[in-house]
Design a binder for this molecule. Sequence first.
Ligand SMILES: Nc1ncnc2c1ncn2[C@@H]1O[C@H](COP(=O)(O)OP(=O)(O)OP(=O)(O)O)[C@@H](O)[C@H]1O
Length: 324
Amino acid sequence: MTPLLEVTGLNVEYYDPQAPVRAVNDVSFTLGRGEILGVAGESGSGKSTLITALLRLDRPPARVVGGRAYYHPREVDLLRLDADKLRALRWEELAIVFQSAMNALNPVHRLERQFLDVIREHRKVSKAAARERAAHLLSLVGIPADRLRAFPHEMSGGMRQRATIALALACDPELVVMDEPTTAVDVVMQRQIMRQIMRLRRELGFAVIFVTHDLSLLIEMADKIAIMYGGRIVELAGAKDIYHAPRHPYTRGLRDSFPPLHGERRRLRGIPGSPPDLRETPAGCAFAPRCADRMEACRSSVPALLDLDGRQVACLLHQGADHE
Ligand SMILES: Nc1ncnc2c1ncn2[C@@H]1O[C@H](COP(=O)(O)OP(=O)(O)OP(=O)(O)O)[C@@H](O)[C@H]1O
């Protein structure tokens, strides 16, 4: 696997007059070219903070306080790139589809204008060629070319969503980052859009970081999945391993909180308790207060994310500690 993005020891804090809140804590992972990495975790686990920091999108009062995000094709650390160089990478190499993707289109402009603006800002092509590319991109997501003349409000929610994804692909990026891009549409449409993203990825070869709280969606589409809890990655493994053999008790709980998309029905169990308040992180493993498998040692030491048979888990259960 050729590495595309290598994140090491990323720390992000929110400024707080009492004490800084560490929302992303020592996060490391490598994303290969053309790979789909899913990032899952409950609300407040740090998913959005992680990707906004990686893409250097301002999210005050958050600030990166350590780490590196090495972007291999250009041999640069995204976290230390100056504003001009960063601007040059946006759309061309790194594209983003936000949580509120349906509203990301400008309501006062026809679709065509929005595509042409992006394409012609980055590519020296004629208007006709840009229009042709826009029509092609729309066709890739199943939208007829004549919709280029439409205003966003003239399209359905699902269609706006797909148009936003097509727009993100306008300059053939290497990496597309998606933050809950399908939450505003129904489940059937969600799966349709996911399938389209996967097909496009096969055709165009871009890598994806896909953030969601819905683990079952990721299990279908991602190559590998990072599970976040309390700002840390607690498990990182292939999607199949996460589904069939989760190692971290939190991963197991999260898996059992969603109905499986295929196969046998399972009894759904939520995870008792609620996510940690990051302003008062207890000593030890952040999941310990909710964990049915906790041991004495879990309350005092934070487990490191260690390699275990080709995957990574941060749990003392898998690090030879004794049971309570
Ligand atoms: N403006 C802020 N000021 C202080 N702390 C914040 C702020 N925004 C977020 N946080 C902290 O950062 C943590 C992570 O938030 P983040 O939005 O990254 O989580 P998330 O996993 O993306 O959640 P969601 O799925 O709800 O978007 C929160 O639990 C909160 O403690």
